[in-house]
Ligand binder design. Structure first.
Ligand code: TYC
Length: 113
């Protein structure tokens, strides 16, 4: 009859080593993230940019207005950080929406270091 709980001395692996459960370095790396950048231009209306930021980047009106002004003043701003696939989708959505409305608004992505 076995007593409970089973102790190490019951197990066949009790060979005296002291680091059986040491974890090794994981060989999986986190996937890189990508910054989505919005660029300033002289023609796209401010309200259109605010709408883009609300529609595609989930910002409220105040946040969107502030980010739009940052791009307007500084020339460029990061409007979000995403996986490669999501970043590509956002860039595509913005570029397509701007083109359909005949605005020269530019949106790009850049790998985050
Ligand atoms: N500079 C534009 C204007 O004065 C506004 C603007 C802001 C355009 C941000 C693009 O990404 C942009 N109408």
């Amino acid at each position: 009859m076995q007593p409970w709980p089973i102790t190490m001395s019951d197990k066949s692996d009790d060979d005296g080593d002291s680091s059986v459960l040491v974890e090794t370095r994981p060989k999986t790396k986190r996937p890189p993230l990508y910054k989505v950048l919005l660029l300033n231009d002289d023609y796209t209306p401010m309200e259109f940019v605010v709408h883009v930021l609300e529609r595609f980047f989930g910002m409220n009106h105040a946040q969107a207005f502030e980010v739009m002004l940052t791009v307007h003043k500084r020339g460029v701003a990061v409007v979000g950080v995403f996986s490669h696939e999501i970043a590509e989708t956002k860039v595509g959505q913005v570029m397509d929406f701007a083109r359909r409305h005949q605005h020269p608004l530019q949106c790009t992505m850049e790998r985050e270091e």
